[in-house]
Write a protein that binds this ligand. Structure first.
Ligand code: FES
Length: 102
């Protein structure tokens, strides 16, 4: 019923990537969110105001709680396939330039 987003291209069907510098491996065609959840990584970002940890909720591109950074660009982990050599990072906590809102 469901097919992987991208077909497997290597012999063992695995791709290697990093999350916050930690080496990880996942099945080719898996989304970043699915790969990280399978590796017991449950939070991907912190909210900009309170700093609360957030992880995937909807797994279909609607909630944006799964944001991660790749090369400094925020992407939805549930909508992005993991690929060989990908360097994925948590979105760092940051307050808006004007400071904390009341
Ligand atoms: S988990 Fe909701 S947008 Fe990715």
């Amino acid at each position: 019923m469901f097919d992987p987003i991208t077909p497997s291209t290597n012999t063992n069907g695995q791709v290697d990537f990093t999350f916050n510098g930690k080496n990880m491996s996942a099945a080719s065609g898996t989304t970043i969110a699915a790969a990280l959840l399978a590796a017991d990584q449950i939070w991907f970002r912190e909210t900009p105001i309170s700093g609360q940890q957030r992880g995937p909720f909807c797994m279909m591109g609607a909630c944006y709680d799964c944001l991660v950074q790749i090369d400094g660009v925020s992407v939805q982990a549930c909508m992005t396939p993991v690929t060989e050599g990908l360097q994925v990072n948590r979105v760092p906590f940051s307050l808006p330039k004007e400071g904390k809102r009341s």
